[in-house]
Write a protein that binds this ligand. Structure first.
Ligand SMILES: Nc1ncnc2c1ncn2[C@@H]1O[C@H](COP(=O)(O)OP(=O)(O)O)[C@@H](O)[C@H]1O
Ligand SMILES: [Mg+2]
Length: 472
């Protein structure tokens, strides 16, 4: 039996472990080449230079060495500076201590509060739940937004895209969701935003109430591309830790487009060819790697909301194309509605949840379908109505749309600080579209008439839905 205490043996092992050191051989743009050391893609590396230590991550390797992307400023680094390979990916701190905190891409607090103490450290690259061990999505997660909870219901473990142009209300919508969701914990990754936007978001939109059950991870647009990517993965890893405690976690990313742009920078710098619209192939393999981390696990779930920037009617935009293919649904926000002061600017007719049949009751689905029908009928006739050329009585569906217009508008709009309970929202929509019988109570959400039948004639839903086919 050894007389040397175990703790000493451990220390000796750490000290005696060979340190794998190489040297910086080349630097161009966002790329640092390191020779004389081994490493796998995804491994961390520390470069020691005059002004301090720079973290970098291996993104490619070739016969002469490693190609790395810096996680900080390259200023001060010289060819020949020593670089130590960690032999593993970087770790991230996780734990309950993170609730209510704002972190940088490394996971360190930037909110001026105390350092995070006592948290666990995990490798940043977790694994998604294996396909056959994933539970099915069959329960709804309340987001606290009337229009979304009723018409684009989001399932626990689902991945929804929020597609919109800039300034249409994506960030405001996320802040409303963070305050209103029934998820136990929300984790938000703010990737590639401007610094001013981040500050406004945290202090003005989110507020203390929104932050208390949340963790926010920020990498602004001025940060190196690799750090912006890393912020996204840090946030997912934190979400996974909360999920592993058996909780329903809401993971949000603003924006997926800027995440893809960061990978474009990293990929091109590492020597990948630009393929689709300047995006190298790795962008399209990295997106599913991030998005697949959401889902229903054996314990707990991660529901993912990802904002996607769409400008104009650019249908060939490769990122929104790729996102649509991976995600299980999308909420489209339109500038038309935002300009009209209709917030949240959810374009109901263009939004869709692919898991709706599995999570919504029949009444709920029929009511949602009836609402779509009325909106579709109105859309068809809008031009005529607006120039005053529509004659009442010429189309029953349009007449109905005109009758309900104000109430539908009141139902679909929501003040940024209003939290809508999902039960009330559902009952209000059923009452609105199906008359009192379907309302299941007099609780009416926000309408002012205290739960009276909102439908003039109580037209059967089946009829409405049938009538809608013509309108669409
Ligand atoms: N629910 C809302 N109620 C009132 N105004 C809103 C609402 N949502 C967004 N806005 C307005 O739209 C502006 C842009 O919203 P923001 O969420 O920052 O857009 P994006 O993130 O899409 O660029 C806000 O500054 C605010 O004036
Ligand atoms: Mg924004």
């Amino acid at each position: 039996m050894s007389v040397i205490p175990a703790s000493v043996v451990r220390n000796v092992e750490v000290v005696a472990r060979p340190r794998r050191c190489g040297r910086v051989s080349n630097m161009v743009g966002l790329r640092v080449d390191v020779e004389g050391v081994e490493g796998a893609v995804g491994d961390g590396l520390k470069i020691f230079h005059r002004a301090g230590v720079l973290d970098a991550e291996v993104v490619a390797a070739n016969s002469s060495g490693l190609v790395c992307a810096p996680l900080g400023e390259l200023a001060g680094v010289r060819v020949g500076d020593p670089a130590e390979a960690l032999g593993r990916p970087f770790a991230v701190q996780v734990g309950e201590e993170l609730l209510g905190r704002v972190l940088d891409g490394f996971g360190n607090p930037i909110d001026g509060g105390a350092p995070v103490a006592g948290a666990d450290e995990l490798a940043i690259h977790g694994n998604p739940p294996p396909p056959l061990e994933r539970d099915l999505i069959e329960e709804q997660l309340a987001l606290g937004i009337r229009s979304i909870d009723t018409v684009v219901p989001c399932g626990k473990g689902q991945r929804l895209g929020i597609f919109a142009g800039s300034g249409v209300g994506k960030s405001s919508l996320l802040s409303m969701i963070m305050r209103g969701t029934s998820a136990a914990v929300s984790v938000l990754a703010l990737v590639g935003e401007r610094g001013r936007e981040v500050n406004e978001f945290i202090h003005r939109d989110l507020g203390k109430a929104g932050l208390s059950r949340s963790v926010v991870v920020v990498a602004t647009s001025d940060k190196p591309a690799m750090l912006r990517l890393r912020a996204a993965f840090t946030a997912v890893r934190i979400a996974e830790w909360f999920r592993d405690q058996g909780l329903d976690v809401l993971f949000m990313m603003d924006s997926l487009t800027r995440f893809a742009m960061a990978q474009r920078e990293v990929g091109l710098a590492a020597g990948e060819p630009p393929a689709t619209r300047g995006y190298p192939p790795s962008v399209f393999s990295l997106m599913p790697r991030l998005l697949e981390r959401a889902g229903v696990a054996a314990r707990g779930s991660i529901t993912g909301l990802y904002t996607v920037l769409v400008e104009g009617d650019d249908l060939n935009e490769p990122i929104s194309d790729a996102a649509r293919a991976i995600l299980d649904g999308h909420v489209v926000l339109s500038r038309r509605l935002a300009n009209a002061g209709h917030y949240p600017a959810v374009e109901v007719l263009e939004s869709l949840s692919r898991v709706e049949p599995a999570i919504a009751s029949t009444d709920q689905r029929l009511a949602a379908q009836a609402l779509r029908s009325v909106l579709a009928a109105y859309r068809e006739a809008r031009d005529l109505v607006e120039i005053g050329a529509y004659v009442r009585g010429s189309n029953a569906a349009v007449d109905r749309a005109l009758d309900l217009q104000d109430r539908i508008e009141a139902f679909l709009t929501q003040d940024i600080f209003e939290v809508a309970s999902i039960e009330k929202s559902k009952a209000a929509l059923i009452a609105l579209m199906m008359g009192d019988e379907g309302a299941g109570g007099s609780d009416e959400g926000r309408s002012s008439d205290g739960g009276k039948a909102l439908l003039t004639a109580g037209q059967p839903v089946a009829e409405l839905v049938a009538g809608a086919g013509a309108g669409r």
